[in-house]
Design a protein around this ligand. Sequence first.
Ligand code: GUN
Ligand code: ZN
Length: 440
Amino acid sequence: MTETLLRGRILSFHRAPADGEDTDAYTYIEDGALWLRDGMIVRRGDFDEVAKEAAGVPVTDHRPHLLMAGFIDTHIHFPQVQVIASWGAQLLDWLNSYTFPEETRFADEAHAARMATAFMDQLVAHGTTSAVAYCSVHGTSVEAYFAEATRRNMRMLGGKVLMDRNAPDGLRDTPQSGYDDSTALIGKWHGTGRCDYVISPRFAITSTPEQMEMAQALALENPTCHIQTHLSENRDEIAYTLDLYPQARDYLDVYQTYGLLRGNSLLGHAIHLEAREIDALAESGAHPVFCPTSNLFLGSGLFDHGGLSARGITSGIATDVGAGTSYSMLQTLNEGYKVLQLQGQALHPLQAFDWATRGNAEVLGLADRIGTLEEGTEADIVVLNASATGAMALRMERAETLSEELFILQVMGDDRAVEEVYVAGQASKTQGAHSARVAA
Ligand code: GUN
Ligand code: ZN
C-alpha cells in the first residue's frame, strides 16, 4: 500500500459554473489535504482534520500552490510531436507537406517507442494527465502509445487512424486491414488497465465509402469505444469532402450516414457548421472539440462555443498538437479566451478551468474517475504556481481573488507554472525522469 497526504490549496469543480459568481459550482479549501492511497483519492478535507485521521502518512506540503485535477486533452496527434511549428500552410497543404511524411515514420517500432516516451513526457510536464490521441495508421504506433501509457499508469485513450486514400505510400491501410488491425488493437487494449481504444477514421477525405462501411461495423461491434474524427475545420476541406461524397447533405451527413454520430463521438474543430449539422449534433449528443491554438495557427476559423452551448451541445477543449502550437492546456485556455473574445463571448476563468478538467472528463463520460478531486476518484493531480515567472509574480502582487489568480495562470502560465503532477498518485513531473531515455 502506498499512501501520501498532499497539503495545499484545493480547487475542484462539481459542474460547469454558470458565471463568475457561481460559487456553488466548486469546492475551494484554503488549507486542504488530499489523502492518496494506491492511486486513488481516499479522503479530502481541511488539513488539520484529515491529518489527524492520517497519522503516520507522509505529508508533501505544496503550500501556497493550488491543487487541481490534472488537465485532460481531448484531441491531440501523437505522431505529430515533430510536426508542431511547421510554417506557412493551411489544413490540406499542411497535411500533405508536413504531416503525412512525418507520420509515415511511425511504422518503425523504435521510432514510435521513442516518440511515445517523449510525447508523454511533454504531457506530464504541462500538467496533462489524460489525453485522447490519434496515433498513425500503423498498429506499431498504437502499441507504442499504450505500452508507454501503461508503464506510467496514465489514463489514456487513442486509436490508429483509418485512412485508405488521398495519402502517400506507407500511410494507407485498406478497408479490410483497417478493420482487422483496429479489432485486434481493441481486443488487446480497450479497457486494459487505464487504456481505452478510440475508433479513429481520420476524416472523410482520407477514407473511401468502403472504409466508412468498415468503420460503421467497428462502431456497431464496439459500442463502448469512443469514435473520433475531424469535422468542418476548413472551407477547402468541406468543399473537397462534398466532391468526394456528392450524395451527402453536408459534411456531418457523411459521418451520420455511416453510423459514426453518437453520444461518445468526438468531432475535432466543428467550426463552419450548417443549421442542419447543429441540429444533428444536438440530437445525437456527440461532442465537438474546440482546438483554439490550432484553429488560429492554420487560419481555420473561430469556434462558436456560445452558439453550440445554447443548443445544449457540450464541447471539449484540446490542444490539437501538432497543428496546435502548445501542449499546455493553460495556453489552450488562453487562446480559447481570445477566440471567444473575437465573437463577443467572455469565458470566465472558473469556466475555463472547469472545462479543461471536469468538463473534458464529462465529455469523455469519465467524470466519475478523472477531472475532479472528489473522494473515490483517481489521483491525477496538477500543482499550479501562479507566481512561477517574474512577470506572473509581479501581476500576482495585485491579485485579490481566486478568479484573478486563475486568469493569470490561464493567460501567462505554461509548463513553468506546473510545479508537480501526480499520475495515479505518483509524483511524475519532478521524479519522472523519463526524458533522459528520450535523448539517448
Ligand atoms: N484533419 C485531418 N487530419 C488532421 C490533422 O492531423 N490535424 C488537423 N488539424 N486536422 C486534420
Ligand atoms: Zn486533429
